[in-house]
Design a protein around this ligand. Structure first.
Ligand SMILES: C[S@@+](CC[C@H](N)C(=O)[O-])C[C@H]1O[C@@H](n2cnc3c(N)ncnc32)[C@H](O)[C@@H]1O
Length: 274
């Protein structure tokens, strides 16, 4: 049998799980043990540490939060893709956007938040959907805020550069219109970038923005949170959404037993009702 380079003792796994829960709201269940072991093994190697106990001590005693940030980055799950769950984007273009153009005709302002945007594929897909919709945004003040806890993925998102394989998820017509090639990579164009503001944000902490938002996408983020954290988060989303504002969540998520401030109006699509 191959000897594991580092052994992850129960005691250290419990400490690391608590740190992730306290700092990011993410539940690291026993099923995630191998994942944590693999991801953090790389941090131990990079730091020249001998075991997880040393790593725990480093996290507990570091007053600067550099390693804490690396630790959180290492244990987040960032899986995403362009035009993921594209029925949400169809709904945005066919129903939400035309509705907002009537409801917001006095302010001519549209605010969308992609919360937990990972490496940016979600907000760029939203931007392409808005700009290619039949409803013209000319004369409208439209902004997409895209945030994530993981500093590595948000930096990637802000660069807007993807390898060609990832960009294959973008429908060809939109890829031709909104991206260009540079050094063998696919680059998001200025029209998209001008719509989006990327920022590092921990959803559990204070939010610098007050809204109100017309639409919040928070897809495939809360599956990693426990129920009390989900309850607090959806209540806060309702507070920063306009009355009737839209909330869009991931395919394996639901609001049953979590909040009564939204009504379901489609597949994982909700509107604020109170
Ligand atoms: C699986 S990705 C989902 C990306 C995208 N929304 C999608 O559906 O394709 C989940 C993202 O949530 C982020 N996340 C996890 N906990 C967070 C927190 N407390 N605050 C902000 N973002 C968080 C992770 O860093 C990760 O990038």
């Amino acid at each position: 049998m191959v000897q594991e380079e580092f052994v992850l003792e129960d005691r250290d796994f419990r400490k690391l799980s608590k740190l992730v829960m306290d700092n990011a709201g993410i539940v690291l269940s026993e099923r995630k043990r191998a994942f944590v072991h693999g991801r953090l093994g790389r941090r131990l190697r990079a730091l020249g540490l001998n075991d997880f106990a040393q790593y725990c001590r480093l996290l507990e005693t570091s007053d600067g939060d550099d390693e804490l940030r690396n630790f959180i980055n290492a244990v987040t799950t960032n899986h995403t893709s362009f035009f993921r769950e594209s029925h949400h984007l169809d709904h945005l273009s066919r129903t939400i956007l035309p509705g907002l153009m009537t409801e917001n005709s006095d302010t001519r302002r549209i605010r969308i938040w992609s919360a937990g945007c990972s490496s940016g594929e979600e907000p760029y897909s939203i931007a392409m959907t808005l700009l290619s919709s039949t409803a013209s945004l000319a004369g409208w003040n439209t902004k997409i805020l895209a945030t994530d806890l993981d500093t590595n993925v948000i930096a990637h998102a802000a660069r807007g550069i993807y390898d060609t394989e990832r960009a294959e998820g973008i429908p060809v017509a939109l890829r031709n219109r909104f991206t260009s090639m540079r050094d063998g990579n696919v680059v998001m164009n200025d029209e998209l970038c001008d719509l989006i503001t990327f920022a590092h944000l921990n959803l559990l902490e204070a939010w610098p923005m007050q809204g109100p938002f017309d639409v919040i996408f928070c897809r495939n983020v809360v599956i990693y949170f426990d129920k009390p954290t989900q309850m607090r988060l959806f209540d806060r989303y309702a507070n920063v959404l306009k009355p009737d504002g839209w909330l869009i969540i991931g395919h394996s998520e639901n609001l049953i037993g979590i909040t009564d401030r939204f009504e379901a109006v489609g597949r994982t699509i909700y509107r604020r009702i109170r």
